[in-house]
Design a protein around this ligand. Structure first.
Ligand code: FAD
Ligand code: NDP
Length: 427
């Protein structure tokens, strides 16, 4: 016994929400579409979890950040799905998929069949245990991927006021959570293996500016080392962390953000996997023509760079979702997915955007002294391939986005540095 749908979206995160909206815009009929998700709530804007959700005053709570409010679109509450005849199967893990038979098996033992499947399973947080450190199960060791994690982190933050937090990892989660912890009056030490924060994107000069600001807010940095063990009290609550460089840091709270792994395991041996994700073509179609993949789990061709990429950011989740639905519903009218990678973050009063690829030579511009507006360009093989801007206006961000998309020729790096933002304005 089982249920049958024309379209099934596996996973109920950001990309699932945006796909659902696109389906309704293109005219899905009642009962044709089902979203099945392990999470107990309807799709929401995950970025809120490390920002508004952790504020001490008037924190963001559902239903305020259901998709698709993040793109200034409709807010898809559970009622919206009902009104649009979309079956939302929540709190239900899919434990196996048979791509050949076009069926899913849920943890409740139900078989769901589809004509088209969209894989939107996202990713899971990497655990310290995968690096040989035990203790992730302690109540005050917090990861941050879903709403349950965020609720737990918010509770531990409340009971740690004026205490000490150790943040493991200097990436997005580390930087955004450290800022939120400071706002919650918690003393923060950040620990990461690289020489500076956000090492895969920031240059040392960009990183230094943010790190100086964090230091002024009381954040300490311990770089070039990793966690080796936790110390626990008799209730198995962590009381301190030990680092490889021999240091020992007291801790009332530990936040871990050491990267993610895409949730591909249901499809290994059934679909082609590349760069850790499900390989799709420019129609977001996998090696099985009835199966599409979107969001963090998809490795797709980035036309602009002539390379396969897997991105872990909300803009690509939203846009790849819309594209896949467009291909499924109106194949003749839909071209190739031509995507310009876009990343952003907001911490304290800072707000930056990045477009393109952080590859090649870097040219910095703007005012790195007062730190209000500054940026960088990346130039590879004589062409602009990446642009970063802190403190821009909406129009300025649009300008750097458009310029990067055009990949203009750059002959003189010194001239580019002198021109700064003006270069993008004149492309
Ligand atoms: P997800 O949103 O992770 O959704 C995956 C869904 O699939 C989940 O609901 C999961 O439970 C479900 N699932 C997985 N396996 C199964 C299964 N077997 N059965 C049933 N359901 C399953 N990006 C930015 O660009 N800017 C930001 O500011 C930003 N902030 C972020 C803050 C946080 C705290 C986090 C965690 C991420 C942030 N991101 C940000 C990244 C962004 O949220 C992701 O790129 C985006 O959520 C990816 O969407 P997705 O639909 O691919 O996956
Ligand atoms: P990131 O990949 O951004 O950063 C992980 C960081 O942890 C890196 O600095 C990494 O170093 C470091 N690290 C790896 N192993 C260890 C270790 N054993 N000990 C200490 N540090 C370690 O992942 P996050 O966990 O920060 O973020 C998770 C996901 O959430 C990502 O997909 C991210 O894109 C997304 N996110 C995005 C946001 C945004 O776009 N604004 C905000 C919040 C989350 P190394 O580089 O050497 O591996």
């Amino acid at each position: 016994m089982g249920r049958a749908y024309v379209y099934v979206i596996l996973g109920g995160g950001v990309s699932a929400g945006y796909a659902a909206l696109e389906f309704t815009r293109r005219g899905v009929s009642d009962g044709e579409l089902c979203i099945i998700s392990e999470e107990p709530v309807a799709p929401y804007e995950r970025p809120a979890l490390s920002k508004g959700f952790l504020l001490p005053e008037a924190p963001a709570r559902l239903p305020s950040f259901h998709t698709c409010v993040g793109a200034n679109d409709e807010k898809l509450t559970p009622k919206w799905y009902k009104e649009h005849g979309i079956e939302l199967v929540l709190g239900t893990r899919v434990k196996s998929v048979d791509v050949r038979r076009k069926t899913l098996l849920s943890s409740t033992g139900e078989t769901i069949s589809y004509k088209f499947l969209i894989i939107a399973t996202g990713a899971r947080a990497l655990k310290l245990e995968e690096f040989g450190v035990e203790g992730s199960d302690a109540e005050n060791v917090c990861y941050l991927r879903d709403l349950a994690d965020a609720n737990r982190l918010a509770t531990v933050i409340q009971s740690s006021s004026n205490g000490n937090a150790v943040v493991i990892g200097g990436g997005y989660i580390g930087m955004e959570c450290a800022a939120s912890l400071v706002i919650n009056k918690i003393n923060v030490t950040m620990v990461f293996p690289e020489a500076h924060c956000m090492a895969r994107l920031f240059t040392p000069k960009i990183a230094n500016l943010y790190e100086e600001y964090y230091r002024a807010k009381g954040v300490k940095f311990v770089k070039g080392t990793v966690l080796t063990s936790f110390e626990f009290d008799s209730n198995r609550k962590v009381t301190a962390v030990n680092l490889k460089d021999g240091s020992h840091l007291p801790a009332d709270l530990v936040v871990v953000g050491i990267g993610i792994r895409p949730n591909t395991s249901l499809f290994e041996g059934q679909l082609t996997i590349e760069k850790g994700g499900i390989k799709v073509n420019s129609k977001m179609q996998s090696s099985d023509s009835s199966v599409y993949a979107i969001g963090d789990v998809a490795t797709f061709p980035v036309k602009l760079f002539g390379e396969m990429r897997r991105l872990e950011h909300v803009d690509s989740a939203r846009k790849s979702a819309r594209h896949a639905v467009s291909v499924i519903m109106e194949p003749a009218k839909t071209g190739e997915f031509d995507y310009l990678p876009f990343f952003y973050s907001r911490v304290f009063a800072f707000s930056w955007q990045f477009y393109g690829d952080p590859a090649g030579e870097v040219v910095h511009f703007g005012d790195y002294e007062d730190g209000k507006q500054f940026g960088a360009y990346w130039v590879k093989k004589g062409h602009l391939v990446g642009s970063f801007l802190e403190g821009g206006t909406k129009e300025e961000y649009e300008i750097i986005s458009k310029a990067t998309q055009l990949k203009p020729a750059v002959t003189d790096l010194e001239e580019l540095e002198r021109e700064g933002l003006k270069f993008a304005q004149t492309v």
